[in-house]
Design a protein around this ligand. Structure first.
Ligand code: IMP
Ligand code: MG
Length: 178
């Protein structure tokens, strides 16, 4: 497989589409085993999760529903640091078994913020699924429940992940060439 250029940077093949598809099939089967008799609600985090969500969904046989949210972060004052807000979160999550679906957990800040926001809506349960996890970059107390691949803390694109808006449509995952 060849390197790709996204904007000004060169990325090298890292995880193939074939490897991703095999792993996502396993994750779907795991969710099926753990949610038998339930009707989970998968909540995807836009934009990065769209590809993973579509693939994961097709690998879940249990009846389930989906929704999408968007997180925006902006820099507040120095005292508040980085402030986040969430758009599109349903008010009606009470009693639901929610699975948050993300593209990647890096520092874990977004994941922790989302889990807090979702828990305010009184769901029956909350779990977290991500295709990629960079444990070395983590600065929050969080362990995602479903992880596609644990990866080193290098920047990646493809399979929904972008570099400055581009690269999401690559079927494979690529790593920034050093
Ligand atoms: P966190 O809050 O630091 O865990 O960051 C999560 C978000 O940062 C993800 O949803 C991505 O949008 C973005 N991100 C983190 N690492 C990468 C990467 O390697 N490539 C592309 N986006 C990334
Ligand atoms: Mg994201």
């Amino acid at each position: 497989m060849a390197d790709v250029q996204v904007h000004d940077k060169i990325f090298t093949p890292f995880i193939t589409a074939t490897q991703i598809q095999a792993r996502v099939a396993e994750m779907g089967a795991e969710i099926d085993r753990e949610y038998a008799g339930k009707k989970p609600l998968l909540i995807g985090v836009l934009n990065g999760s769209v590809i993973f969500m579509a693939d994961l969904l097709r690998n879940i046989k249990t009846a389930c529903e989906i929704g999408f949210i968007r997180v925006s972060s902006y820099h507040g004052t120095e005292s508040t640091g980085s402030v986040k807000s969430v758009m599109g979160l349903s008010d009606d999550l009470s009693g639901r078994d929610v699975i948050i679906v993300e593209d990647i957990i890096d520092t874990g800040d977004t994941a922790v913020y989302l889990i807090n926001e979702v828990s305010k809506k009184n769901p029956a349960s909350i779990r977290f699924a991500t295709i990629l996890f960079k444990p070395a970059a983590l600065r929050q107390q969080i362990r995602p429940d479903y992880v596609g691949f644990e990866i080193p803390p290098a920047f990646v694109v493809g399979y929904g992940l972008d570099y400055d808006g581009l690269g999401r449509n690559l079927a494979d995952i690529y790593q920034l060439k050093s």
